[in-house]
Design a protein around this ligand. Structure first.
Ligand code: ASP
Length: 210
């Protein structure tokens, strides 16, 4: 066992003890639905988001997918700010169906799919390769820091001007409590809640009927 294997094992144990998170065997995720999804993707020789049959690579003519399309199996991202302006971001995903063995997407790459500093917290979803290439989450923070943009201006610039259309969505919050949920896909399952009781959920863009 290599030294870093031991470190990982320790992290696992800490989760189990301190966070109360149930650790399940990998076989837990081998469900008939997932096996079928993988089979269809392999037959069609495509890589796709795990919620439906819409390809996200090698086929730009078809309808663009949601950035994450299923509340049970898609990416789960969360950003939070407390009353002192402390910020946190977390992202979890099953990755892409029929991905290359050993592929690591954007989600665990700090600065790509997940990032927080003293200005903002960002969590992204979509096509990991585009998100990594664009260092999406860090770029939002960098635009705020170096160009003095607001969270919305920074997020919109990254999502709409710096990342290929149909590949990314993100949620973000600033230290001041500004919330942004920006995407260049057809839609993105998203929600927001504040301490004083305000909440909203949405899928499509404001311009579309939900
Ligand atoms: N971003 C993830 C990945 O590329 C996929 C997702 O958003 O679910 O691995």
């Amino acid at each position: 066992m290599r030294h870093d294997d031991i470190e990982c094992y320790h992290i696992h144990l800490h989760c189990r003890i301190f966070q109360g998170v149930e650790i399940v065997d990998s076989s837990h995720f081998i469900t008939p639905e997932n096996v079928e999804r993988l089979k269809l993707a392999k037959e069609a020789n495509r890589v796709q988001i795990d919620y439906n049959a819409q390809p996200i690579q090698n086929d730009t003519k078809k309808e663009k997918p949601c950035a994450n399309g299923d509340s049970q199996i898609g990416t789960v991202g969360c950003v939070a700010v407390d009353s002192n302006g402390n910020l946190a971001s977390a992202t979890s995903t099953g990755g892409l169906v029929n991905k290359m063995a050993g592929r690591i997407g954007d989600t665990p790459v700090i600065g790509a799919g997940t990032y927080a500093n003293e200005l903002c917290a960002v969590s992204a979803t979509g096509k990991g390769e585009s998100i990594i290439r664009g260092t999406v989450a860090r770029d939002v923070a960098a635009l705020m820091e170096f160009k003095g943009l607001s969270l919305k201006e920074a997020a919109d610039c990254v999502v709409h001007e710096r990342t290929p259309k149909g590949t990314v969505g993100l949620i973000a919050v600033s230290a001041a409590g500004e919330v942004v949920m920006s995407f260049n896909t057809t839609g993105m399952f998203r929600g927001c809640a504040t301490e004083d009781g305000y909440s909203e959920v949405a899928i499509w863009s404001d311009a579309q009927v939900e």
